[in-house]
Structure formats: structure tokens, C-alpha cells
Design a protein around this ligand. Structure first.
Ligand code: ADP
Ligand code: TPW
Ligand code: MG
Length: 575
């Protein structure tokens, strides 16, 4: 039976389904991403009937990825709704990925009869979901009484968005959803959350310490991470960087926080600045594998660090931090700007000149590669075409995953506005593509271009149907090199099966979207790629461009060869 809106209200009782929807609406949740089934089908229907937008997916992982990126873009928890056990587990990769990346997200799953689950008596979709979720989340709650739904939702919201944001699991038993409660008790039980991500004002001492350290620097550097992008303190960050004149390096999802062509960007002189900076300020960026843990030959061993982060336990995690500033980035940047005396921080001219020189050298080298017109296309010539189309459309979101497709895409596609580049992030996970694209398109109403390796695309490709069903302005470009990393690997045993990294060489991914009435394009040269992308974006309709590139163009593991323990035997083809 479908639980109609207000059906029970006139009878002065309500039920768990209505209470969940009321609790979400009371807290400004306007969108749910999910996959329907027992016991949450009616929850999805009711949410839709009550004015919450429900986006139905083909797989919970993509629904979860959409929720996670919606959380990142809006600073409100993105909601993913799933069925019990297998649906729950399908969503968990996305929830764990949200936790790892610091994206606020709540996965709400229905669950089976607790008394049967706990005695392992074999219920339909039996699993102890709350405990299974714990290691992968910031918090994991189960609601066992209908009058606790309001509290459960409130606690989930606080946990998701406070401090370093992350993934939260909220377990709703089928019994709780179906349980009834008097209307008066029900409305008293709801909680409107007040200020769930309060400002965290920095200690003035910590601000002074950081400024003094920077003032003593000869070769200062700022590294902006996706925490800085998430904070939405764009003006204060830009103003601090411009007032101090310090060169900065954007981590991949911080690209566009200042436009990539900003003169203080040191992105094109990355190895120089990492190895030579004497004071490095991390702003919402962790010293994890993406920065070689701050160690090794890439880094100056004598550099001193400032770290601005909302999470006190991040400090000293890899390198000793001389000047920690534990605060939210908006408050920290305002405090820096207020405390900074004119001319107090002044990078030495020799440092700025050395960076400019290296930038020019590297930019010229890159330009020569981008200008080539090899046949078949390689990553440079195809990404150059995409870069040039997107240069005229700064409003467009770019989703990017793959190995070479990711590494080249990050370096070649310039970003012009904050939070418009969404990629594999902290885990380097494949499969975020269609979920992120859908989440971004839904919450922003803006077009999205998803630049996908052919392998990466396969992890979420069935969501093309979702994209077409909701008529979303998403253009997927599949970089078809016929494989994971490249398409020319051989079976080293000489057997008939293809190599583990090889995919079908002549696959026509464009035909997939045609099955759902979207537009497919098959391109083999940059001019046709430019044309197809321009036409697809102008149409505002779903499209997929199968972009055929040289199967030999990529390198194994993209830019991560150092993380690849290569067998010494039978590995002559290693790149
Ligand atoms: P990147 O991958 O871009 O280097 P990370 O995800 O590693 O970025 O780091 C983001 C950091 O930003 C995390 O340590 C997180 O605690 C921090 N952070 C997130 N939001 C805020 C905020 N509003 N204010 C301050 N720090 C934040
Ligand atoms: C969930 C391992 C890293 S990169 C990649 C895989 C499978 C695909 C690379 O091929 P693609 O890109 O996308 O065609 P390109 O341009 O280099 O040819 N499973 C998960 N995550 C990861 N990271 C992997 C496997 C992997
Ligand atoms: Mg590939």
C-alpha cells in the first residue's frame, strides 16, 4: 500500500514513513538519490509526493556518489536511499569514499527484522548494517522507535557536516518505517537542527605564529586543497593570496578556486616549488599520497609548514607542522587578512622570477605537445580540443576519471571557477563518473562534461539510462584507447584470452546512449571532437562522444608508476 501524503494526518496518527520525510524536509533536504525496493519504496514515493526531488538510479554506488558530490557542492548532506543488505553494501563504497574525501553524505537504508538479524535466523536481505557501516563512516546510527526518527536524522546531519565532513549511516528498520505514532507526539519528536557546522574561530596566537613564519620566509608557497574549495571562502582566499603575493599550487579539486591562468599559480612549476619552498602553507589539503606524504625527493627536507585545517588531529600526521591553525578556512582567512600588516609578507623577487622562468619553460614544452596532430589522436590533441571548447564555457562542471585520462585531463583542462572540477579524489577510485555528473547536474542545473577513460566509464556506464530518463545536460566523452592504461598489451602466456588490461578495441560506446534516445558521436580527429562537443553542449541534451585515441598513447598506471610493484619477470613491455 502506498502511504499517501497526509493520509494519516487527518486521522491524528502518522507513521515512520511520514516522520522520515517530515524530518528531512524540516532540515532543508530537497533531493534524495537512491534505488527503490523493500522496505523503502514507499519512502521514496512519499518523499516525491511531499516535494522532495527523488532521483532513481540503476546502482546504489552511483546514487551514493551523486549524494556525496551534492554534499560537497552544497555543504548540506547529500542523501542516498537504499534497500537492505546488498543495496546497503552497494552504497557503502560511495559512503566510504565520501568519508575519505570529506564530503557530507548520509546513507539511509531500510533494514530487516532486528530480532531475526541478530539471531541470524535467515531473514530476507539479512545483515547487521549499522555495525557493518561503522569502520567506513564518521558515525553510524540505528533508529528502533518511531519517536526517535527526528533525533536520528538530526544526529546524522550534525555528524555529516560538522568539523571535517564525511559519510554517515542511518539505519531504519522496516518496523520503524511502518510503526505509527500520534500526530502530537510525532511533531514534538522532530528536531530542527541549529547551526550544524558552526564556525571555528582560530586562536589569535596561531594566526600570529603563522604570519610570523611566513614573514621570515624567502620562498613561501601556499597549497590549496579541496577543503579550501569546500569551505566556500573564495573571496577571502583569493584576497589573502593576492595581498601576500605568495605563489600557490592547487590540488586537483581546488583548481579554479583562483582561475588556472592566475599569474601566481605555480601549477606549471610544481616540482620546482615543492622541492625549493622554505615555508609551505597547507590550506584544506592533507599531506597524503597525493603530496608524497611531504617526504621523499620531491620535497625540501628543511621546509617548515603552516597548516590550516578544521581537523586538529590532521596536524603532524606526516611532517611536523610548525604553525598549525585549527579553524574553518573562512574564519582563518578573515583572521589572516585582519592581522596582516601591509608588506609584512613579501616573497623574494628571485623566487618569483625562478617560478616564472620554470613556468614559461614548461608551458612552452606543453604547448608543443598540444599543438601536435598525430593520427590517431593522443591524449594531448584530444584534450586540447576539449580544453578550447570549455574555455568559452566557464560555467560547465568537469568530471574526470581514469588513469591517463585523469592525469592528462587535470593538467590540460583549465578551470575558471571554484568547485567545478570533480574527480577520483583521495582514493583514486574508479566509478564516480556518472554519479558525480548526475549529482552535479541535479544540484546546479548546469551542464556537465564527464571526461572518462574507457575502463573508468564502465564502472558506472549503465547510469546513461538515468541521465537520459531525467533529461540531464550531461555530455560524456569516453577516451577509447581500448584498455586500462592502454589497449595494446598482450597475453604474456601466449594464450588466446586478452591481456588483463585490454578492453575491446573497436567498442562503440556512442551506441550505448542511443539505446536510451540520447545522441551518440563517434570521433577520430580533434576537429570532429570539437564539433561534436560544441553541438552536444548547445543541445543541452544527453550525449556521449566515443573519442577514439591511439591504443599506445597511455602509460601503465598513468602518473603513478612509482606505486606499481612491477614483477621483474616477463615484464619487458613495461613503459
Ligand atoms: P586535497 O585532496 O585536495 O589535497 P584533502 O581532502 O586531502 O584535499 O584535504 C582536505 C582537508 O580540508 C581535510 O584535512 C579537511 O579536514 C579540511 N577541511 C575540510 N573542510 C574544511 C573547512 N571548512 N575548514 C577547514 N578545513 C577544512
Ligand atoms: C574501484 C584500478 C586505476 S585506473 C583504472 C583502474 C581499473 C582504469 C584506467 O583505465 P582508463 O584510463 O579508465 O581506460 P586510461 O586513460 O589510462 O586508459 N577499481 C577501482 N578503482 C581503481 N582505481 C581501480 C580498480 C584502476
Ligand atoms: Mg583506457
Amino acid at each position: 500500500m502506498f502511504h499517501k501524503p497526509n493520509e494519516n494526518k487527518s486521522q491524528s496518527i502518522t507513521d515512520g514513513f511520514h516522520l522520515v520525510v517530515d524530518a528531512l524536509k524540516l532540515n532543508g533536504i530537497d533531493t534524495i538519490f537512491g534505488v527503490a525496493g523493500i522496505p523503502i519504496t514507499d519512502l521514496a514515493r512519499l518523499a516525491q509526493a511531499e516535494g522532495i526531488r527523488y532521483i532513481g538510479f540503476r546502482h546504489e554506488q552511483s546514487a551514493g556518489n551523486a549524494a556525496a558530490i551534492a554534499g560537497y557542492l552544497t555543504k548540506k548532506p547529500g542523501i542516498c536511499l537504499t534497500v537492505s543488505a546488498p543495496g546497503f553494501l552497494n552504497g557503502m563504497v560511495a559512503l566510504a569514499n565520501a568519508t575519505t574525501n570529506g564530503f557530507p553524505m548520509i546513507q539511509i537504508s531500510g533494514s530487516s527484522d532486528r530480532s531475526i538479524v541478530d539471531l541470524q535466523q535467515g531473514d530476507y536481505e539479512e545483515l547487521d548494517q549499522m555495525n557493518a557501516a561503522k569502520p567506513y563512516t564518521k558515525a553510524s546510527f540505528r533508529v528502533s522507535k518511531p519517536e526517535d526518527i527526528g533525533t536520528g536524522v538530526a544526529r546524522a546531519i550534525h555528524a555529516a557536516v560538522s568539523g571535517r565532513p564525511g559519510g554517515v549511516y542511518l539505519d531504519l528498520t522496516a518496523d520503524v518505517l511502518a510503526a505509527t505514532l500520534g500526530n502530537d507526539a510525532a511533531s514534538r519528536s522532530l528536531v530542527r537542527v541549529v547551526d550544524p557546522s558552526p564556525r571555528q574561530i582560530p586562536d589569535p596566537e596561531s594566526i600570529k605564529r603563522a604570519i610570523d613564519l611566513h614573514a621570515s620566509a624567502q620562498r613561501p608557497l601556499i597549497i590549496l586543497g579541496k577543503g579550501a574549495a569546500y569551505a566556500q571562502a573564495d573571496d577571502a582566499i583569493r584576497s589573502f593570496i593576492e595581498k601576500t603575493g605568495i605563489p600557490y599550487l592547487p590540488m586537483s579539486m581546488a583548481k579554479g578556486l583562483l582561475p588556472d591562468n592566475h599569474k601566481q599559480s605555480a601549477a606549471a612549476a610544481r616540482s620546482l616549488v615543492l622541492s625549493q619552498a622554505d615555508v609551505v602553507m597547507l590550506v584544506g589539503a592533507r599531506l597524503n599520497w597525493l603530496l608524497a606524504q611531504g617526504k621523499g625527493p620531491h620535497w625540501s627536507q628543511t621546509a617548515q609548514f603552516v597548516q590550516v585545517d578544521i581537523s586538529a588531529t590532521e596536524i603532524d600526521s606526516n611532517r611536523a607542522i610548525a604553525a598549525p591553525v585549527v579553524a574553518d578556512i573562512g574564519s582563518a582567512m578573515s583572521a589572516f587578512l585582519a592581522a596582516l600588516k601591509p608588506g609584512q609578507i613579501q616573497p623574494k623577487a628571485a623566487w618569483i622570477d625562478a617560478i616564472a622562468e620554470r613556468k614559461q619553460h614548461n608551458t612552452e614544452r606543453m604547448a608543443a605537445r598540444l599543438d601536435g596532430s598525430p593520427n590517431p589522436m593522443n591524449f594531448y590533441s584530444s584534450l586540447r580540443a576539449i580544453r578550447d571548447v570549455l574555455a568559452n564555457r566557464p560555467d560547465i562542471y568537469v568530471v574526470n576519471e581514469g588513469a591517463n585520462t585523469l592525469d592528462f585531463g587535470r593538467d590540460i583542462i583549465d578551470m575558471h571557477q571554484p568547485r567545478q572540477r570533480l574527480d577520483c579524489g583521495t582514493w583514486g577510485v574508479m566509478g564516480i563518473g556518472m554519479g558525480y555528473a548526475i549529482g552535479a547536474a541535479v544540484v546546479s542545473g548546469k551542464p556537465v562534461v564527464a571526461v572518462e577513460g574507457d575502463s573508468a566509464f564502465g564502472f558506472s556506464g549503465m547510469e546513461l539510462e538515468t541521465i537520459c530518463r531525467y533529461h540531464l545536460p550531461i555530455v560524456v566523452v569516453v577516451f577509447n584507447n581500448g584498455g586500462i592504461y592502454r589497449g595494446d598489451d598482450i597475453n604474456r602466456s601466449g594464450g588466446a584470452d586478452p591481456s588483463p588490461t585490454v578492453l575491446m578495441r573497436d567498442a562503440r560506446y556512442d551506441k550505448l546512449i542511443e539505446a536510451f534516445d540520447g545522441t551518440g558521436h563517434n570521433v577520430t580527429d580533434p576537429r570532429s571532437l570539437t564539433k561534436a562537443l560544441t553541438v552536444a553542449l548547445a543541445s543541452g541534451k544527453p550525449a556521449l562522444i566515443n573519442c577514439v585515441i591511439d591504443p599506445t598513447a597511455g602509460t601503465e598506471s598513468g602518473h603513478l608508476q612509482n606505486l606499481n610493484p612491477q614483477s621483474q619477470v616477463g615484464n619487458e613491455k613495461k613503459n
